[in-house]
Design a protein around this ligand. Structure first.
Ligand code: ATP
Length: 312
């Protein structure tokens, strides 16, 4: 087995966003005229991988797309962003994951997601990607693919002393407790923290309390992101409240901000393994804070060249 050395490997999802803007959302059975249409690249896994790659680390994506136009297009998108695509597999048995999104003039939306090929990523593909998963500095997983596949990838990484970031998104109520055990950093947003702990998370103090509950389940550290309020960071053995505020910015579109944050966190964990987690979170806040100033998901994620030197 030839080893493949990467800084960040992401095992996760790819989705093509098909976005229509219309004066209002159509009713059942109705056809209406929209005034704008665009295709965007999304999926939490791919978003996080692309943000890390844009900051300048060697990344590989492990995922599955369909043998179709959207799959071909997504592979080209990874290549355009410098992501290694050997472990991006194409299947004829399912379509590339897609989200059909209609947004009305008031910003209200209706979304249908078809996970497609994302759900076919499994043990066989992980085994093929083992040379990359076992030699990377950081592995990142989420829950937009089969949870079993995510957990297996995290276990493979941990067995090889690779650092792991787990983003339990979209959250599921009965998360396998092993996910906590294999997470060096367990990073979730407010609503995911609420669902996983059954407590309200609407303030820094509540996020801290929820974070303590999550920490007790066995992960190394917990980060709860709080939108414009930044995040809280909790480390095992350090009971003090660490709130890391976000910079004040004029937010235009926060879609994908959480993925920009996690991609940046993976970048810092790979590039500065001895940096305190709180400082990594402060810098990830800065990167995600840039992403909310532009419309779109990946289109809003900054490149290394867009950021001041002190971010690196
Ligand atoms: P999304 O689902 O929109 O991708 P999320 O809910 O997973 O995002 P958030 O907690 O909303 O994640 O945001 C992640 C990070 O992005 C925050 O910790 C912060 O650093 C940054 N961020 C988000 N919204 C803002 C904002 N309005 N101003 C400044 N920073 C922001």
């Amino acid at each position: 087995m030839t080893e493949k050395v990467f800084d960040v490997v992401v095992v996760g999802s790819c989705m093509t966003d098909l976005v229509s803007k219309a004066p209002r959302l159509p009713k059942a059975g109705e056809t209406i005229h929209g005034h704008k249409f665009f295709i965007g690249f999304g999926g939490k896994g791919a978003n996080q991988c692309i943000q890390a790659a844009r900051l300048g680390v060697k990344t590989a994506m492990v995922c599955k797309v369909g043998k179709d136009f959207f799959g071909d297009n997504y592979i080209q998108n990874f290549k355009d962003n410098g992501v290694h695509t050997e472990f991006v597999k194409q299947s004829s048995d399912a379509v590339t994951g897609a989200a059909s999104i209609t947004v009305d003039d008031a910003g209200e939306n209706a979304i249908v997601i078809v996970a497609g090929a994302n759900m076919l990523l499994g043990a066989e593909e992980l085994q093929e990607a083992l040379p990359a998963i076992s030699h990377t500095k950081v592995l990142v997983c989420q829950l937009e693919i089969s949870p079993q596949t995510s957990l297996q990838a995290m276990c493979m990484a941990r067995d090889n002393k690779v650092k792991t970031i787990f983003n339990p998104a979209p959250a599921i109520p009965d998360l396998d407790p092993d996910f906590y055990r294999v997470s060096d950093v367990f990073c979730c947003n407010e609503s995911e923290a609420e669902l996983l702990t059954g407590t309200s998370v609407a303030s820094v103090e509540e996020a801290h309390r929820a974070g303590q509950k999550l920490l007790k389940r066995g992960c190394g550290s917990v980060i709860v992101t709080l939108g414009p309020q930044g995040c809280v960071v909790l480390k095992g053995g350090e009971p003090t409240l660490k709130h890391v505020p976000a910079p004040e910015v004029t937010a235009v579109d926060t879609t994908g901000a959480g993925d920009s944050f996690i991609g940046a966190l993976a970048f810092y964990m790979a590039n500065h393994p001895h940096m305190p987690l709180e400082e990594m979170a402060r810098r990830a806040n800065l990167v995600a804070g840039v992403s909310v100033r532009e419309i779109g998901t990946q289109t809003s994620f900054p490149y290394r060249r867009d950021l001041p030197n002190e971010y690196f």
